[in-house]
Design a binder for this molecule. Structure first.
Ligand SMILES: Cc1cc2nc3c(=O)[nH]c(=O)nc-3n(C[C@H](O)[C@H](O)[C@H](O)COP(=O)(O)OP(=O)(O)OC[C@H]3O[C@@H](n4cnc5c(N)ncnc54)[C@H](O)[C@@H]3O)c2cc1C
Length: 247
């Protein structure tokens, strides 16, 4: 059974539609950027917890999670009702191996996210390690529409701090915008548009990729990578990509 510590909501942001961030003050021990915590509420006498990637970097407090409300889900409609001052349960430690510890240093680091998976990369990119280990970092955010493109201020700060080495690309599936690509990440990979836009090729020699978000994107991108000679990274068998599946 998980051990829980008590947290208190210190900030809430409703971005748009069903997207929320919550800031939580809780005495979590140190963690690695890219790890997740479980957040829980006691609902009808049962503690209901789900994993959420931390958006804050390890040196930042409070803790922050970014999620979308799933109307039929047991937890997220209740999480989105929380207000500053309310209490939540947080797992007593962070977990997960989707961190820079399992990334092989090469020239280019590609970070591919669908939906709320953007948050996990912000935690990593607010630390120095990825910038010290890679010549270029290409963050790709796939979303349905412009309303789902959150954390614009944080991304603008990263762009200002790492002008030479950072490329941020958005891809929309159900909307269009002058600044975003149109289509699913997988299609943009298959038709070469993603690499052209980034001005970089995905190759076994040059690239490590991190894939985070929905299972369909991960499955399809993995198939493309394997067909191009890039293999899953394992601790004892260094490879080219690492994954974290949210749903
Ligand atoms: C390691 C890990 C880290 C995670 N980190 C995050 C995070 O940072 N932010 C976040 O929003 N979610 C994250 N999730 C998913 C999260 O744990 C919950 O499943 C989600 O918030 C829905 O909770 P729920 O109890 O309302 O519904 P659930 O009963 O958990 O799910 C209901 C339905 O919604 C689908 N679903 C789950 N998550 C999503 C999603 N993000 N977008 C669309 N559909 C979804 C499920 O497949 C299921 O069909 C993570 C999952 C894992 C395994």
């Amino acid at each position: 059974m998980a051990d829980w510590i008590e947290g208190r909501i210190t900030g809430k942001r409703h971005w748009s539609q069903a997207l929320y961030s919550l800031q939580i003050d809780a005495p979590l021990p140190s963690f690695r950027a890219g790890q997740y915590i479980k957040v829980a509420l006691d609902l009808d006498g049962e503690r209901v917890g789900r994993p959420y990637s931390l958006v804050n970097a390890p040196h930042e407090s409070p803790l922050e999670i970014y999620f979308n409300e799933i109307p039929e889900g047991p937890l997220t409609p209740k999480l989105s009702d929380l207000e500053v001052g309310d209490r939540v349960w947080v797992s007593a430690k962070a977990s997960g191996v989707f961190t820079m510890d399992n990334v092989v240093s090469r020239r280019h680091l590609w970070m591919l996210a669908t939906g709320t998976a953007l948050g996990v990369y912000l935690s990593m990119l607010k630390t120095m390690e990825p910038w010290e280990r890679f010549e270029r970092i290409i963050l790709v955010h796939g979303a349905r529409n412009t309303g789902e493109l959150a954390y614009g201020e944080t991304i603008a700060e990263l762009q200002a701090a790492h002008e030479e080495s950072f490329t941020f690309i958005t891809a929309l599936t159900r909307d269009s915008s002058e600044t975003a690509l149109q289509g699913r990440i997988t299609n943009l990979l298959e038709n070469g548009v993603l690499e052209d836009t980034a001005g970089a090729k995905i190759t076994a020699d040059d690239s490590h990729l991190m894939l985070c978000g929905n299972s369909e994107m991960i499955k399809d991108v993995r198939a493309w990578l394997e067909a191009h000679g890039l293999h899953r990274h394992r601790r004892l068998e260094p490879g080219h990509y690492t994954t974290e599946q949210y749903h």
